[in-house]
Design a protein around this ligand. Sequence first.
Ligand SMILES: C[S@@+](CC[C@H](N)C(=O)[O-])C[C@H]1O[C@@H](n2cnc3c(N)ncnc32)[C@H](O)[C@@H]1O
Length: 218
Amino acid sequence: MQLDVFTLVPHAYSWLTEQRPVATVLGSELDLRLFSYRDTTPLRAGQVDDEPYGGGAGMVLRVDVVAAALDAVYGSSPDQRVIALTPQGRPLTQQVVEELASEQALTLLSSRFEGFDERIVSHLASDAISIGPYVLSGGELPAMVVLDAVARRLPGALAEGSGEHESFSDALDGGVEYPHFTRPAEYRGWDVPSVLLSGDHGAIERWRREQSRVRSVR
Ligand SMILES: C[S@@+](CC[C@H](N)C(=O)[O-])C[C@H]1O[C@@H](n2cnc3c(N)ncnc32)[C@H](O)[C@@H]1O
């Protein structure tokens, strides 16, 4: 997959790109490109934002700045899906992540300040996604959330089998995962469920399914 991220803070991504699973798939299954709006802005002194028409607090990311950034990379309209990250977008779910992970190429647009000039969302983007019903200061964390969630669905990102029984997977009927325990078997009187120590794989599988089911109906 080729994943292009347009941002005002490209250096914010360096930590994530050094971590697994993003680091594992970078350069093979994932080609990540980071573009700063300031590098291609047609305005002077690296300006990218402006005051909102109609007044009000804060600054708005300009449509001509984002168009110039897209033109510089793609020439004309990009063929791939262009996603504006905004609290007003459709919610990011595991189903949406699977959908995005099946694309050959994706573009993520992040903003800051009061957000995008609406013409960016309606004319330059083909999709709008929110990572949750709360407001962050910028689109860098939302873009990293999408990047990490998509990267772990790419071939070779995870150890064999470890992505199959995760929360929201088909293997768990879309429910959340069962609890995990590791050594010590007893700590401060807190015991690991005895079934997990029994060696009875059938019983363990049944217990895990039941735990997943119970936790998923909360
Ligand atoms: C301070 S927010 C703008 C919030 C906007 N004024 C509103 O009330 O909906 C600045 C930018 O951060 C990003 N952002 C903040 N929260 C987000 C969320 N929950 N999902 C996706 N992007 C978000 C978006 O790119 C947004 O344009």
